[in-house]
Design a protein around this ligand. Structure first.
Ligand code: GLP
Length: 630
């Protein structure tokens, strides 16, 4: 499929809600390869004509696979960047070009150091110009873009506020390169990179929306479910300065390049019956009926024929109606998802239960990408599984040590040092020296320096302690709690991790040794560069490739993550006490920023959703989806 040089707007029936051309790819790797191939065609064509190419580049995790592919084309297929000039979108204000989180450093690490682009062809806004010269320097950036002939192609990602570059809500469509104050959400999203939100700069210099719209061609990439909502608003919603990406609707040659997860909220994916004829299998029926019930604020059993007709679902009645018959089917199915027996109910008929009664008890393997994930996602269910006699093993895949603040490490090291001083004497020299080493390394690295292995280890131990406390609340004790510390995490940083064979091997060994009857996982639709997605892949790839042992024949895999009612295959209800207890457990993670930990509202919301559809009213629900290898 050609990405470049394609007409900006072209509509099929399916795409009729989309106001910017949108191409959906199976995954980010394939989409990135497609874009890189087109860019390489452009570069070579211009080379043949003796002309240059001007590219507008973006940072963030989104374009990383695209940059990797450009590097591969350079190394393996001789693609030269000698005739390429680049202009980056933005830079944090106050960070010099060698700061590890500066976009300048990012671009060198991810692209420029690996290709033959002449240094003088690289342009990135300067985050260090004194305040009184910012305006001048921004205008110079604009002039330089113009003098180079203008942008042939602008690459974009999208922030959760819908921003492109750093054009936060309120940016006008004709805004130019300028200094901007970063939105709270944007700073929150960068918190993991900066080891805490208070370290994230408050200002940035960014090309304006107007600067971007002047590019002859624009490609915005987005991956993962986190982007699905904002992609839908930008592509299908009104053009508004509250979502700067929506201005691409007014550009004659702009394309959204997205993966399946980022496409999941587009009308053609989420409400396909509104854009064409669909096959009314059980999943589609459930999806449409639940959507309609929620839209009308009616419980499922009160929907009538007219509701179906008036909401574009009339076709379903011709296939399977009348309404009360479809309603009852969906109602029963929803009801059958509810179970207080997540490991199966021994001695009970299980035809309509989410999980088999036998074997009892089951070996249950729960995987938590970071120490807190499983407790947040399924803390109540963990407790149930243990109470109901299953052999639960909770494997924490990564140490999570990058999330622990320096303050926490400082506190622990100081306590050790003071103990050594107070208790004093022999036998404490080792501890005292260790504490001294930590404290001096913390001081030497400053706020943003890279942690030494020793500091990361201590931070990991702090989180282990918190994880043990949280596990204790749900009844997971001793050997049942396993710290895997996957190597990819220890060697990397947020948004730049990459999975290795060693990680897959480690997970495979755990599966084969434990031979679980149930596996609980998360991360299947997360951003492909996220730690959660890599942890998911470290297990799912082995299973999907048929490389799991024969034990897998008797194993079910359950995904835990925020799910909508129509996606839920198992709903485990919680009483007010159970929900309160779960959150006691989560609060043990004191060294993780509170806003990284989800609030009990998520479980309450699912319960309210079920209640609204006509199910029993619970305080909270933890939701699961069955996962089958493709
Ligand atoms: C920052 C950058 C944007 C980028 C966004 C999303 O705000 N200024 O250019 O699109 O982050 O980042 P990611 O691709 O990591 O999701």
């Amino acid at each position: 499929m050609k990405i470049m040089d394609s007409p900006g707007k072209r509509q099929t029936q399916q795409e009729r809600f989309e106001k910017t051309r949108t191409l959906i790819y199976p995954d980010s790797a394939e989409a990135s390869r497609g874009l890189a191939a087109e860019v390489s065609v452009l570069i070579r064509r211009r080379q043949a004509e003796g002309r240059g190419v001007v590219l507008g580049l973006a940072t963030g995790s989104t374009p990383v696979p695209f940059y990797r592919e450009l590097i591969r084309l350079h190394r393996e297929e001789g693609l030269s960047f000698a005739n390429v000039t680049t202009f980056n979108l933005d830079e944090y204000y106050g960070l010099d070009r060698h700061h590890r989180e500066s976009y300048s450093q990012f671009m060198r690490d991810q692209l420029f150091d690996h290709i033959d682009i002449p240094a003088e062809n690289i342009n990135i806004p300067d985050g260090t110009v004194p305040l009184d010269r910012v305006y001048e320097s921004c205008m110079a950036y604009e002039s330089k873009i113009e003098a180079s002939g203008g942008l042939d192609l602008q690459i974009l990602g999208i922030g959760r506020t819908g921003h492109i570059g750093f054009n936060e809500p309120g940016s006008a469509s004709d805004s130019l390169t300028r200094m901007i104050t970063l939105d709270r959400v944007t700073r929150q999203d960068a918190a993991a990179d900066f080891l805490g939100v208070h370290h994230v700069p408050r200002f940035a210099i960014t090309m304006g929306v107007g600067t971007i719209l002047k590019a002859r061609r624009i490609v915005l990439m987005a991956w993962g479910e986190n982007k699905a909502g904002i992609v839908r608003e930008a592509v299908e919603g009104a053009v508004t300065d509250q979502i700067s990406a929506s201005f691409l609707q007014e550009h004659p040659n702009a394309t959204f390049l997205i993966d399946q997860a980022a496409a999941s909220r587009l009308t053609r994916r989420s409400l396909p019956w509104l854009v064409g004829s669909v096959e009314w299998d059980d999943a589609m029926t459930r999806r449409a009926v639940i959507w309609m019930a929620k839209k009308l604020g009616k419980p499922v059993l009160k929907l009538v024929d007219e509701d179906y007709n008036e909401n574009g679902v009339g076709e379903l009645l011709t296939a399977a109606g009348p309404a009360y018959q479809v309603n009852i089917r969906v109602f029963n199915r929803l009801q059958h998802t509810i179970t207080g027996w997540p490991g199966g109910k021994p001695g009970a008929e299980d035809t309509h239960r989410p999980e088999r009664a036998l074997p009892h008890s089951k070996r249950v393997l729960i995987l938590s990408p970071e120490p807190h994930d499983a407790f947040v996602g399924m803390g109540g269910t963990i407790e149930r599984l243990i109470e109901q006699g299953h052999q639960v093993r909770l494997a924490i895949q990564t140490s999570g040590n990058l999330r622990v603040s320096d303050v926490a490490a400082h506190k622990f090291a100081s306590v050790v040092r003071e103990m050594a001083e107070i208790i004093g004497g022999q036998g404490w020299e080792g501890q005292s020296a260790y504490a001294g080493e930590i404290l001096s390394q913390l001081a030497a690295k400053g706020e943003f320096g890279l942690e030494s292995e020793t500091v990361r280890r201590l931070k990991g131990l702090i989180l282990r302690g918190e994880a043990r406390d949280a596990a204790h609340v749900s009844g997971v004790a001793g050997e049942a709690l396993q710290f895997v510390d996957l190597p990819f995490y220890e060697a990397g940083r947020y948004r730049r991790f990459s999975l290795t064979d060693q990680d897959r091997e480690t997970m495979r060994a755990i599966l084969d040794e434990y031979r679980p009857h149930q596996i609980y996982l998360t991360g299947d639709v997360a951003d492909p560069s996220s730690l959660q997605f890599l942890c998911f892949r470290s297990v799912a790839e082995t299973i999907a490739a048929g490389q799991a042992g024969d034990w897998f024949q008797d194993c079910r895999v359950w995904i835990y993550r925020p799910l909508e009612a129509h996606e839920i295959d198992m709903a485990v209800p919680m009483s007010p006490d159970q929900l309160a207890k779960k959150y006691d457990g989560i609060r043990k993670f004191q060294s993780i920023q509170a806003d990284e930990l989800e609030s009990p509202e998520r479980n309450r919301e699912t319960a309210r959703e079920y209640d609204g559809l006509g199910m029993a009213e619970y305080e909270g629900i933890e939701a699961f989806q069955r996962w089958l290898p493709a």
